[in-house]
Design a protein around this ligand. Structure first.
Ligand code: SAM
Length: 258
């Protein structure tokens, strides 16, 4: 019988890589065409940044994937290790993607009930069906509900969850311009005393504002009573390419309690 395999896919979307690859190839092909020398030189110069991004994206995919450095799975393991919980109660994963993190959490906390939400838009290569299939293959589908919803407006009551995790999702939420509001929404559905572990590009000022002056103070205003902060690259050794600011160079883990 055909054995189904889990599919998690990396955080780098293949269509993005293809766009940069195609543009690089177009510019490169002009350099060998029998056209004006200046046009060929200009095309060669224009090809450089696109080639550079193509290389960064390709190598990042390799480092994130299980056939390469497996860093995506290692980062999820790190988040799981940050959850200090007895597993009694409910957990929410915001922006669950292909279910990789929530499935690890279900295995780590076999008595817990978990919910994974995502809007699974067409611009991502993840789906609810893929999450469900992955959970079934991993033997934890009885523990997890997958719900289609936006992180900007969670379909849950206040104080509903004992634990909330989120990995690289807040900065992606397009239907809320102020990304700190998305974190506020996450904290709304967390029980008082409940635990959170959020990994995101919190050091990117263009997305979250000044982290230390603004973001951390805002979290306290939203009811966070205990707050720990650590830079991802201080928690684990990452390949240099993943430390690029456009990849994980601005990644920080914020954890604590409401
Ligand atoms: C970089 S991926 C991370 C996925 C997953 N957390 C992981 O670590 O594998 C970002 C995720 O955010 C989700 N996302 C983007 N905007 C969202 C929104 N408004 N509401 C919920 N999820 C969203 C995407 O669908 C995608 O799954």
């Amino acid at each position: 019988m055909l054995q189904l395999k889990t599919k998690y896919k990396t955080w780098i979307r293949i269509y993005k890589l293809l766009i940069f690859l195609v543009i690089s190839l177009i510019f490169l092909s002009v350099t060998i065409l029998p056209v004006n020398t200046y046009v060929r030189i200009l095309s060669g110069i224009l090809a450089v940044p696109f080639l550079y991004i193509t290389l960064i994206l390709s190598y990042s995919i390799y480092q994130f994937a299980s056939i390469g450095g497996n860093y995506q799975s290692k980062i999820h393991d790190l988040i799981v290790s940050k959850v200090k919980w007895d597993g009694d109660g409910t957990l929410l994963d915001i922006g669950t993607g292909s279910g990789s993190l929530i499935i690890k959490l279900a295995k780590a906390f076999p008595t817990s009930v978990l919910t994974g939400i995502d809007y699974w838009g067409g611009n991502w290569e993840y789906s609810k069906a893929q999450c469900q299939q992955n959970a079934e293959i991993e033997g934890v589908s009885h523990q997890i509900h997958f719900v289609k919803a936006s992180a900007s407006e969670l379909p849950f009551n206040e104080n509903e969850f004992d634990v909330i995790v989120s990995c690289l999702t807040f900065h992606e939420v397009k239907d809320r311009s102020n990304k700190t509001d998305v974190i506020k929404e996450a904290l709304r559905v967390l029980k008082p005393g409940g635990e959170f572990v959020f990994l995101d590009l919190f050091m990117d000022e263009k997305i979250f504002g000044d982290e230390k002056e603004q973001l951390l103070n805002d979290l306290k205003k939203y009811g966070v009573s205990e707050l720990n902060r650590s830079k991802l690259d201080k928690e684990m050794k990452l390949p240099k390419i993943l430390l690029n600011k456009k990849v994980l160079g601005n990644a920080v883990i914020l954890s604590g309690r409401k």
